[in-house]
Design a protein. Sequence first.
Length: 458
Amino acid sequence: MKKNFYIKTYGCQMNVYDTEKMTDVLEAEGYVASTEVDGVDLVILNTCHIREKAAEKVYSDIGRIRKVVNTEDKTQKRGLIAVAGCVGQAEGREIMRRAPAVNLVFGPQTYHRLPALLGEVADQRARGLTPRVLDTDFPAETKFDHLPRAKAGRSASAFLSVQEGCDKFCTYCVVPYTRGAEFSRPVAAIMSEAEELVAGGVREMTLLGQNVNAYHGLTENGEVLSLAGLIRLLAKIPNLGRIRYTTSHPRDMTQELIDVHGEVSQCMPYLHLPIQAGSDKILTAMNRQHGAESYIETIDALRKARPDIAISGDFIVGFPGETDEDFEATLALVERIKYAQAYSFKFSPRPGTPAVDMENQVDEDVKAERLARLQDLLNKHQREFNDQTVGMTMPVLFEREGKQKGQLIGRTPYMQSVHVTLSAVDETSEQEYNSLMGDVRDVEIVTAGPRSLEGRLV
Ligand code: 5AD
Ligand code: SF4
């Protein structure tokens, strides 16, 4: 009988992409994906280390999962528990110590070696041992050369990893330690993966990287191509209607890339450009390598190139040394930019990062109060952004089924979720439903909520 597996994904879109890749690796090895964790032969937790809460959740999940995997036999057939992702990378040894139920820990740079690692696990079992395998090396070969090729057909919108790792070393962030140094995939590998995805029905592609706009991949002639150049090349693929990229760093937002937003129609009018805080003092302490004014200039330039561009951001409140005045500067910046959408967090001291040891750590209740104030303002702006779309007709790419019968969920160019429900649920509408899925259609927005829109086909 074939073995089955279940992967739980935490954290960022890079992990979503990695989960798809691990799924491909396991399916090529004869494993079958299960939709639930109960009774499976292998569970992989693809973890996130960015904030303490995310990392601690992994340990509580292990405790729960331990009881529901295949427990047929204490040794030979018992379901295996593996921890992948950034917690695995950062806390591999500690997981081995703290969680005896875990059989395998492996880091984000080793996913192509999963079959070999599972082989090692099987070997240990064959010798009557409870398997315990740890691999958090950064191998010399790049995993991208050894992972299965892209597989389309999951959705009309796909992620494509073009860059990984980070050399920026913001003082609060674990990414440079868990994902390693910056690496850009070669252009030819990206282009062939993109072409295959489009041939399989993908209409929208989100280029992924922790520092995606620092992309500098080699062409076959040995020339270096920027992200702007890569987007221009991808835009030549027929039927690839939408191109997005995330996450970008303000310092790498070049004029060339800004121009692409004005010139390449496939480049969607939406950009996630985190600033984290509005005070230059805090930005310096965070080692962001830019100030608030230069960020505002970048956004102004983007709006000049593409007046309707929607901006999204990330914020951290309560970074060490943040005074009321510094926090007011964040609110003032938010007022100035008016984000269409944003993520905001309380500063979480992460082991091994410089900010842990900084003086003037901010009290938790002050952090909580600032976060609530910031989120009120961000939510107000998001609501205003959504409200102004009522009555507008926008192209929507339908990506997935909704919860209700006849309901489809898609996205506007500005990343807003749109729900459309077909009126009569009969045979004709079923055909229409199927033809809409994966397609871009004009939708009139009828109502707006804080997080999503309702529309009807025009
Ligand atoms: N504490 C709180 N938020 C953090 N982020 C990264 N590290 C931390 C931390 N230590 C946030 C940043 C980043 C997003 C992915 O997570 O806002 O942009
Ligand atoms: Fe972390 Fe800063 Fe790199 Fe982003 S740019 S991944 S926040 S170190």
